[in-house]
Design a binder for this molecule. Structure first.
Ligand SMILES: Cc1ncc(COP(=O)(O)O)c(C=O)c1O
Length: 321
């Protein structure tokens, strides 16, 4: 019944304080979140380091988890410390050296009116071995598709929160991009500027300047994005945070995605499908190969998450500490 093909190394998941066998889910099908998307989640990675597995920027992820929960008026049944400990324990329990970790808070079974008045808030955490989100395109560079659908606007939903229901747009557009033969979608916002990918922030490089947008452009301000900005400054790369027009994007020297799942993944070709009335246009970004600044940041990021850069060890929470 439950296909574990894509989770080959997950043994157990954590649910309300206990570990369960991966293929023994016990959540009721009338759970509120399953019907209306009333859940919030985090996407976290742990990496193999010389001191064993370490979770990257765990306190920041837990803080954002609580911020998302407050957006849905959830009373979180555990403290930040308990969730932090549970996240580490799921990596240990699964004997994972590196992992993608997925905490999920959701309104469970109680009532099915739209207001989850009698549905308790429950917490589950999964962890599994998950390679590069964009597969070999992380090395080679991705071909992305600017979708005609505009990103949900910050005046419509709090886009700084990771609300399960809001990700239906990411799922639809991610599928649409792939069904047309592209590697990933890119959203414009309602103002017509560059927003983000379905689960990724976007950086561009022009004339040596590294640019990304912020929450005023209806994007999640990613934790990877913040790390990239800090690493860039440390590497002496000039940075700017502000809106990016579609023209800035198409004429950039380099573009890359950042995110926990995708890590740092170059974008080397873009199909602009943003106007459904017009034919899609194709663009090659820069030289059509991964750019120098992208490479430098990707290398530094890899070293940072792997515990090989002293000054960034502050970002690691060792699982076996
Ligand atoms: C919509 C969206 N934007 C950006 C990101 C990147 O955020 P982070 O770097 O915190 O993973 C994510 C992933 O969490 C996301 O879902």
């Amino acid at each position: 019944m439950f296909d574990t093909t894509y989770f080959p190394q997950a043994k157990k998941f954590w649910y309300m304080g206990k570990f369960y066998e991966w293929d023994q889910p016990n959540i009721h099908v009338m759970s509120h979140a399953l019907h209306y998307g009333t859940s919030v989640f985090e996407g976290i990675r742990a990496y193999n380091t010389p001191k064993g597995p370490a979770v990257f920027r765990l306190p920041e992820h837990v803080d954002r988890f609580f911020h998302s929960a407050s957006t849905l008026s959830m009373k979180v049944p555990y403290s930040k410390q308990e969730i932090t400990d549970a996240i580490k324990s799921i990596v240990k329990e699964n004997e994972l050296e590196s992992a993608y970790i997925r905490p999920l808070l959701f309104y469970s079974f109680g009532n099915l009116g739209l207001v989850p008045k009698f549905s308790p808030v429950e917490l589950t955490i999964g962890a599994w071995d998950w390679g590069a989100y964009l597969g070999e395109k992380t090395e080679k560079g991705a071909h992305v598709y600017i979708v005609p659908w505009k990103r949900v606007h910050r005046s419509q939903l709090k886009m700084t929160a990771k609300l399960g229901g809001a990700y239906v747009q990411s799922a639809i557009c991610g599928m649409e991009a792939r069904s047309l033969g592209y590697d990933e979608a890119v959203f414009l916002n309602l103002e017509g500027k560059i927003a983000e990918g379905p689960g990724e922030n976007i950086f561009i490089v022009k004339g040596g300047l590294l640019i990304t947008n912020d929450k005023t452009e209806s994007v999640l301000e990613g934790i990877t994005r913040e790390s990239v900005l800090e690493m860039a400054k440390d590497l002496g790369i000039e940075t700017r945070v502000g809106p990016m027009t579609k023209e800035d994007f198409l004429q950039a020297d380099e573009i890359f995605f950042s995110g926990t799942a995708v890590e740092i993944a170059p974008i080397i070709r873009v199909a602009d499908g943003s106007n459904p009335e017009e034919e899609k246009k194709e663009y090659v970004i820069g030289s059509g190969k991964t750019g120098e600044i992208t490479q430098k940041l990707a290398r530094t990021y890899k070293d940072a998450v792997s515990g090989n850069i002293k000054e960034y060890e502050k970002w690691l929470s060792y699982v076996n500490a």
